[in-house]
Design a protein around this ligand. Structure first.
Ligand SMILES: [Zn+2]
Length: 432
């Protein structure tokens, strides 16, 4: 007993007696000159693809008086585009026994299954050595299991209307919804919300909308929604129509939420029917973009309105013009009015450069002319089917070039410099 006590005491004294200015490299006690071993560990061995993070920690057997650098090698089934690392080597600073780097997974939309990152020690620089063979493995959990996005589905469309919206108004919307759905297929889930003219009825509808959102996505903040949401009620003042696409990395529910108002256009105007089809074509467009990453979705649909709105405008007008009882000159007359925006284009300005906002209608109008121009050069099938079917795999520019034979920049050049300079009578020749 005494013998052990003294041994322990001596070691303690040696530790306490360590001179701060000692030149020895690896030091907690005088006379210890063999370097500390280095081991590697991982904080979270499985991380989520959506920005999951973990630390790789290098631990020294004991701290040293100079920095130890542990350089790492990365392998495994993942590629370098699947994650980012804060550094390729871990620095264990003097006096400390651990150091770490961070690995952050990067979201992609590839359905690739789980992937691994295998981390090995390549080299230890400074006073230390790798303890045997150190290796850790991190699994990146794939969250891109295919869902039903973009698939044709049975009609389970949900309809909601403010209490002051008449049954006729609801039936009219459903009728023109069906014209579009029969033409382009049903994608889902879809919700259609119809706002009337009463502000208090619209506020009730807003609450209902909060309830529906919270019911479908348990991460949704219903209290915030109750206190702040004017998703529906702003349509009483502003009128119009709009599609909200729920498709991103953060929400668990995906789908299309369309809102129709009672003015600009109202249900008694022809435009109401066309706008219903217009919103439906937006659903069709979004259904053909699988990604949950906003920047990728924007790139495929183009951030400025010329492409998405031009397409929705022209396809809605064209489909409407083909319906029974519609005036034969409907489409030509509508497109003639849209050509008036040509005079509002600044010299040398491209419709592709006009953002949503004050001058957005120029891009809507001339964008629909551009779509008419492309359909005239190819056919409706190429614009409506082939381009959109290849969009996910080829990207916007890839699918554009593949189906329209030229880059979008070249087509836009040709459209501005040749077609828009033609006399109106010649321009109208491409409209069926
Ligand atoms: Zn639109």
């Amino acid at each position: 007993m005494h013998k052990y006590f003294y041994k322990f005491l001596i070691i303690t004294l040696i530790i306490l007696g360590c001179d701060e200015n000692d030149d020895n490299l690896g030091m907690i006690g005088k006379g210890i000159t063999s370097p500390p071993s280095v081991t590697l560990s991982v904080m979270n061995p499985a991380i989520k693809e959506a920005s999951g993070k973990t630390s790789i920690v290098a631990t020294l057997e004991f701290s040293t008086k100079t920095d130890v650098s542990v350089s790492l090698n990365f392998s495994g089934t993942s590629s370098s585009s699947d994650y980012t690392i804060s550094s390729r080597s871990i620095i264990v600073t003097s006096g400390s026994a651990t150091g770490e780097i961070t690995i952050t997974a990067k979201q992609d939309s590839d359905e690739e299954g789980d992937e691994t990152i295998v981390v090995d020690i390549e080299d230890v620089t400074g006073f230390g050595y790798e303890s045997g063979t150190q290796q850790v493995t991190i699994t990146i959990k794939d969250d891109d299991e295919k869902d039903n996005w973009g698939a044709i589905v049975p009609d389970e469309t949900e309809w909601y209307a403010a209490s002051d919206v008449t049954q006729d108004h609801i039936d009219l919307t459903k009728k023109w919804w069906k014209v579009a759905a029969d033409e382009w297929g049903i994608y889902g889930p879809q919700e259609w919300w119809i706002v009337g003219k009463s502000e208090s009825a619209a506020q009730e509808l807003d609450k209902k909308h909060c309830d529906v959102r919270a019911e479908k996505d348990n991460t949704y903040n219903k209290t915030w929604c109750y206190n702040n949401s004017t998703t529906m009620s702003r349509y009483v003042a502003e009128g119009g129509a709009g599609l909200s696409t729920y498709r991103d990395e953060n929400t668990t529910w995906y789908g299309y939420v369309v809102t129709m108002a009672s003015k600009y256009p109202g249900p008694d105007e022809t435009d109401y029917k066309v706008v219903t089809i217009h919103e439906y074509f937006h659903i069709y467009q979004h259904a053909h973009i699988y990604s949950k990453i906003q920047s990728e979705r924007d790139a495929m649909l183009q951030k400025n309105p010329w492409w998405a709105e031009g397409g929705a405008e022209y396809m809605a007008s064209l489909l409407y013009s083909k319906q029974d009882g519609v005036d034969d000159l409907y489409l030509k007359n509508r497109m003639e009015r849209k050509m008036e925006s040509n005079s509002k284009l600044n010299p040398g300005e491209s419709i592709a450069d006009i953002p949503y906002g004050d001058r957005g209608d120029i891009a809507y109008d001339l964008g629909s002319w551009l779509v008419a121009y492309l359909i005239n050069k190819t056919d409706e099938e190429t614009f409506v089917k082939k381009f959109w079917d290849d969009l996910n795999t080829e990207g916007f520019e890839g699918s554009f070039k593949k189906h329209f034979g030229k880059s979008s920049a070249d087509v836009l050049d040709e459209f501005h410099n040749t077609f828009l300079k033609l006399p109106l009578a010649d321009q109208l020749k491409i409209i069926p």
